[in-house]
Design a binder for this molecule. Sequence first.
Ligand SMILES: *Cc1c(COP(=O)(O)O)cnc(C)c1O
Length: 362
Amino acid sequence: MSYERDNIRQMTGYTSGEQPVDASTLKLNTNENPYPPSPQVQVRLNDLRIESLRTYPHPTADPLRDLLAVTHAVHRENIVVTHGGDEALRLAVTTYVEPGAAFGMTDPSYSLYPVLAQIHGARVVKIALDDNWHLPRNFADELNEAGANLACIVNPHAPSGTLTDIDRISQLAESLNGVLLVDEAYVDFVDPALRYDAVRLVNAFDNLLILRTFSKGYSLAGLRLGYLIGAAPLIEPLVQKTRDSFNIDYISQQLGEAAITDRAYAEQTWANVRAARRLLRDDLVRLGFAVNPSQSNFLLVEVPLALPMTAEQIYLALKDAGILVRYFDTPLLDDKLRITVGTEGQNRQLINVLQTALNSCS
Ligand SMILES: *Cc1c(COP(=O)(O)O)cnc(C)c1O
């Protein structure tokens, strides 16, 4: 006898990337920032006093919301702080999607989306990307036709790294009948010369939510801190109704404040990652791989038939050598690897192992 609801029994859960126990493993599989968090975060951690944990934290993390509001030139009412970006996604699904109604996403995309939609009893509508990983022209029309209450797109896209430009985002927000959530988990790594900035659109559209996280850009994946930016009426029910009470613990609020206050440090890591991304891409192309242009901290690397190994064989060879990358065993991606950009030294280590593996097979 199973007591699970039907939809829970029928679904499979989210599978996260491997987290090795061996500290010597080079982790290039879950898109973490290769640099440590700001030293100011360590200072704040050292200053924490255990007595502070006796009382409940600020229920809506307003001091952190205010710092974020200043950072993004919006108001406190435009921001809800969440337990990782993942809680933000869950809140968006539970707040905006009628159970049974459609939830829209691209294929491929972040594999947590359909899991959250299925838990909620929503109908998942996946729209295929075009050959260059761009949104198809009919994206909004198809979702409107399906009656989607919410659509999530990742920008820059995961796992391709492709950036959708701001005009297209604005056009989508305009034409979708439901809420458009732009998941900007990787936006910190976008080349500033492109002048991509979707936050300035939030007060122009009453249906646009921007997701941000401290996990990638601020090297704080272990902390579980994210937030949404949107027009005040869109944010209000998340803050006042659907969020867990005290969803952000005191320690996370403190460390998040320290991280955002020392944003200059994080910005330097983003610049380093961009520089390393260029070099890594050049090196991979030199080895014979096809690499999609990426505005993220990872590269989607295609293994052409001309190379003596398949993507899966390379994934396994790297794993044997203590380097983890992501291999997706799905029809669209099974000839590709998603490789997180590491430090220049880590990337050189990867290239050396790849070179040796390929040479030994040819
Ligand atoms: C990492 C990531 C998130 C958010 O992750 P959290 O660690 O929960 O903040 C959201 N969307 C995508 C596509 C991601 O890669």
